[in-house]
Each structure stands twice: as C-alpha cells, then as structure tokens.
Design a protein around this ligand. Structure first.
Ligand SMILES: [Zn+2]
Length: 143
C-alpha cells in the first residue's frame, strides 16, 4: 500500500492501526535541540523524515525547507507544499515554555503527516511534546 493510502486509511479512522509506537533517533533529538537553541527566539520548523515498519513509526532524519525560519504563521504556509518524499510529520519550536499546539498548529497537524513535535524552552528532550494528526499527545521513544 502506498504511503498516501496508509495515511488516508489512518485519517478515515479504519480499524487497522498504522503504528502504535514512535521511535526517534537520538541524532534527530540532538539536532532538534541544537537548532532550537541556535534559532531562538525565532521559531524554526522542519519536516520529520521516516517510515512505518512493523507497527512502529521510525523517525530518522530532518528535512529543511527554504524559509524554515520566519514569523509564526508564515512558517506553516511554507509547509503547505505538496508532500515530500519520506516526510512523516513536522517539528517546530516555540519561544516560551509552552509546547501546547496553537490553533494554527492543530489545523496544520490534521492536514499534514502522522506525527508532530513541538519543542519549547529550555529546548531539551524534556521540553519536547509530541502529537498525532488529531493533536492528541503521543509519546515517543529515543533510540
Ligand atoms: Zn506552534
């Protein structure tokens, strides 16, 4: 089944689950925390690269787009581009201590990808929150 079919059956709520666990490479976490610190107080955004295999969504890289740093809102429009190969979700930073998705974030989540991360200050592993396409919390394991 193609990735698009997978995604459609997922958002249409078919019983078959796409994945029940998310694994994120340590290197990806390191990169996210470093970039968030470097760019602060400007928000950064990137796409998550990965694949679903054996019930696990494995995130193994970041994809950066031109204009990855800009005013909030503009950032999200950049990501409304046609799906890129291997992109399974997104990560962005929040200046401040709340990693709660904004209304704009939630709208973006429902329209794009499978898994989304938000990193807030102080920009470390503990200040990352992650969500499924419905904006519900979904934890991950660092591998
Ligand atoms: Zn946000």
């Amino acid at each position: 089944m193609s990735r698009l079919d997978n995604f459609l059956s997922y958002i249409l709520g078919n019983d078959k689950k796409l994945f029940s666990e998310v694994h994120v490479d340590q290197e990806v976490i390191d990169e996210i925390t470093q970039i968030a610190i470097e760019k602060a107080p400007i928000e950064f955004v990137a796409l998550l690269q990965g694949k679903v295999e054996d019930d696990v969504l494995h995130v193994d890289g970041l994809i950066f787009l031109p204009g990855e740093t800009s005013e909030q809102g503009a950032v999200m429009q950049v990501l409304m581009l046609p799906p890129m190969s291997g992109a399974v979700g997104s990560v962005h930073s929040h200046p401040g201590y709340s990693a709660q998705p904004s209304n704009a974030d939630l709208m973006f989540f429902t329209k794009n990808g499978l898994f989304h991360m938000i990193i807030a200050q102080p920009y470390n592993l503990d200040s990352i929150e992650s969500y499924n396409t419905f904006g519900e919390r979904m934890g991950f394991k660092v591998v």
